[in-house]
Design a protein around this ligand. Structure first.
Ligand code: BTN
Length: 240
């Protein structure tokens, strides 16, 4: 395991993807990114003060391939539990599939990419950064919510340790314990959402629980459906 600390890089995910001789839990931390990547090709604001890091996870035989799609969920949960522990605040919410929300605003996102032998798990947490420009109504940070700054590396190490705990539970067939926790923090439950497909029309519904297989249950006027991570993007979230 190698720890690489950088002042500036295009993207910590890209850095690890291009690194020769990758090892399990190699970790790269950057103070800023010039081309931080989010999911679905979005940009990730990467100002100094944010926790911006990626680590490598070997694709071993202990994780069943049908459980690969649970990695974003346990990563988001690891961030949530880490932030909860460090701030002592239990109002953090888990927004399926891997985001952490606080006071209805996004505080952390996760981008997982798969190479042949490794997953690259990239995490961005808004810690001591304050500027979100046009995303001000949708994004927030620890300092904005709690008026206190935190040690970024301490948060990163804590989150990775939490991840290891959840990953070990996952491979020890203790997914049901994780699922229980995820649902206890489920931000979307009961909210009206619009599901946006790339290949057919949008669909409205009310989000329910996260299911045994990691999918999200949605009540629509066509009945109860389950939505999968790769397939959909949730556009609107409204309370009713
Ligand atoms: C999202 O919510 O869209 C995912 C955001 C993931 C951002 C992190 S920051 C560290 C790592 N490097 C990147 O380029 N992206 C991830």
């Amino acid at each position: 395991m190698q720890l690489i600390k950088l002042d500036k890089i295009d993207s910590t995910n890209r850095y690890l993807k291009e690194k020769k001789e990758l090892d399990d839990y190699d970790l790269v931390i950057a103070k800023t990114q010039t081309d931080g990547r989010g999911r679905r090709g979005n940009e990730w604001l990467s100002d100094e003060g944010a926790a911006l890091f990626s680590f490598a996870l070997r694709v071993g035989s202990s994780l069943k391939s049908e459980d690969y799609k649970k990695l974003p969920l346990i990563t988001g949960l690891a961030v949530l539990e880490g932030l909860k522990e460090i701030t002592g605040n239990d109002l953090f919410k888990f927004k399926w599939t891997n985001d952490v929300y606080l006071n209805n605003k996004k505080i952390s996102g996760v981008l997982i990419e798969k190479l042949e032998d490794f997953f690259i798990i990239g995490i961005g947490i808004n810690v001591n950064n304050k500027e979100f420009g046009e995303l001000n109504s949708k994004a927030t940070s620890i300092i904005k919510e709690f008026n206190q700054d935190y040690d970024i590396e301490e948060i990163i190490i804590l989150v990775i340790n939490k991840f290891k705990t959840f990953y070990n539970k996952l491979i020890d067939n203790k997914w049901n314990q994780i699922l229980f926790d995820l649902n206890s923090y489920n931000y979307l439950r009961g909210k009206k959402i619009t599901i946006s497909y790339s290949y057919k029309e949008d669909l409205d519904g009310y989000a329910g629980d996260i299911m045994e297989d990691g999918m999200l249950e949605v009540l629509t006027d066509k009945g109860i459906i389950k939505i999968d991570t790769g397939e959909v993007h949730i556009k609107n979230i409204r309370k009713y």
